[in-house]
Design a protein around this ligand. Structure first.
Ligand code: DUC
Ligand code: ZN
Ligand code: ZN
Length: 481
């Protein structure tokens, strides 16, 4: 009997630290060997290709429940197809909370819906209402179910938490041993500017960016870090759009705080100018924080090289353009305030980062692997199962053609959305096959997985997110409030 079920032969294996010519031996869905001249029951020729760890996307909204019933248009089945087409094999999506309600029933519903997934998946728990019941009873229960990260919005109606609510979530996370991820923008400042812009008749999509300039993001990031330090609770700042915000994070990191920063492909590629396209087209590029300008995008690459921003996720948002819940839900004259925020990006994430990052010499290939797979897996407790190529890891792999030139189109994205903000963008480098736990689930753009074949990733305790044990006056307020 052959020693391995499958051998991937002749490729260039890339990890977060190394690049080497090697065969991979896969047994029972896991990597069993990295070596030379391995023999298996089946072979896959990777000559001329890179062999990368499957992408890990730790910020994507898939089939998220909507207040008043129903869910995002992107379903677990369509979202998984998009992931696999783009080389992503694991995601952490969201279970949300509606104000006045608890978090246990929505999580049960998400877990039920996600049984259609074809990628492996976990959840962050969004907290929008820091009631006693949720804080003291329910958060420990969702963490017990393997949801080891909580998500807080410091802006958005009706999602946002005020500082007291945020502190209570930080404290609850500290008690339960969970990470907190934070959407950092100043709620009152955005509302004040929005009110003024609308009063001045400035309602078009481009004013979305005017309503939320960089200082509202910087202020909220600074505040989130200070409150996290007060509680001694590790946080990740989501979707950093510019270097002023990254500088807040860098200062915290330099002081030894457990603060991590994430950004997304849209902040490297889109600008506020895209929201000024003719008619209502600009709505296709609206996300929050708002895309800034080309110099900001270039500066973000520097923050990635320095390691201030060490995870790049999609923040894939399940709003179409013309669909029933899409950007045009309130009509094409809708003021920017009433247009759903977010852009799709599950499939485009790796090709854009490879092409713009590695292809244009801004980052090396190992950094590409770290920001798209290894670092998110480590930070969110999926390591040492996901995010690397080494014996014992799941055989989640992408065979990547570094020379393949493609023009991005919505059809290539394979999501359910009716548009991509990257339509017409030229990229070099493309996934030609995706393997999930040793099985080929995408080949030449054809996804061949079964709905329901994804596995739930229950996340247990891990060291990286343990509080530092440094508290003002040595007093742990989280025990009491
Ligand atoms: N911003 C978010 O915070 N979430 C989803 C979409 C967006 O633009
Ligand atoms: Zn957000
Ligand atoms: Zn988001």
């Amino acid at each position: 009997m052959a020693e391995y079920d499958l051998v991937i032969r002749g490729g260039t294996v890339v990890t977060g630290t190394d690049t080497l010519r090697a065969d991979l031996g896969i047994r029972a869905g896991r990597i069993a060997a990295v070596g030379e001249r391995l023999e298996g029951a089946a072979q896959l020729d990777a000559g001329g290709l890179l062999v990368l760890p499957g992408g890990v996307d730790t910020h994507c909204h898939i089939e998220q429940l909507q207040e008043g019933g129903g869910a995002d248009e992107e379903t677990w089945e369509s979202g998984s197809r998009a992931c696999l087409a783009g080389g992503t094999t694991s995601v952490v999506s969201f279970s949300t909370q509606f104000k006045g309600a608890g978090i246990l029933a929505p999580l049960a519903e998400y877990r039920f819906r996600a049984q259609q997934a074809m990628v492996d998946y976990g959840f962050h728990q969004i907290i929008t209402d820091a009631s006693d019941e949720v804080i003291w009873q329910q958060i420990p229960q969702v963490v017990e179910q393997g949801v080891r990260s909580l998500k807080v919005f410091l802006t958005y109606d009706p999602l946002h938490l005020d500082d007291r609510g945020f502190l209570r979530v930080l404290a609850a996370a500290r008690r339960a041993g969970a990470l907190v991820t934070v959407h950092c923008e100043n709620y009152a400042a955005i509302n004040w500017r929005t009110e003024a812009l609308l009063a001045a008749g400035r309602t078009a999509p481009k004013y979305h960016a005017w309503a939320r300039p960089r200082m509202v993001e910087r202020e909220a990031t600074h505040r989130a870090i200070a409150l996290a330090e007060l509680v001694d609770q590790p946080i990740q700042v989501f979707h950093v759009s510019c270097s002023e915000v990254a500088e807040e994070i860098a200062r915290a990191q330099a002081r030894g705080l457990k603060v991590w920063g994430e950004t997304c492909p849209q902040y490297f590629t889109l600008t506020a100018g895209d929201m000024d396209r003719p008619g209502f087209e600009g709505a296709k590029f609206m996300c929050s924080p708002a895309p800034r300008d080309a110099a900001d995008a270039e500066a973000l690459w520097g923050e990635v090289r320095r390691g201030t921003l060490d995870v790049v996720s999609s923040d894939h948002s399940g709003w179409s353009y013309a669909g029933p819940r899409g950007k045009r839900v309130n009509g094409v004259e809708a003021p920017f305030r009433d247009i759903p925020n977010g852009v799709p990006g599950l499939t485009a994430r790796l090709p854009i980062l490879f092409s713009e990052g590695v292809g244009k010499g801004r980052i090396d290939i190992n950094t590409f692997v770290r920001i798209t797979a290894t670092n998110p897996a480590r930070l969110f407790g999926l390591y040492p199962r996901k995010g690397a190529i080494a014996p014992g890891f799941d055989a989640d792999l992408v065979l990547w053609d570094p020379a393949k030139e493609m023009t991005l189109t919505n059809g290539l994205m394979q999501h359910v959305m009716d548009y991509t903000p990257y339509e017409g963008m030229r990229v070099t480098g493309w996934p030609v096959a995706t393997l999930r736990r040793g099985a080929v689930v995408m080949r030449d753009g054809v996804v061949q997985a079964e709905p329901g074949s994804g596995q739930y990733l229950a996340r247990g305790p891990y060291d990286m997110i343990r509080p530092r044990g440094v508290l003002p006056d040595g007093f742990d307020a989280s025990v009491f409030a």
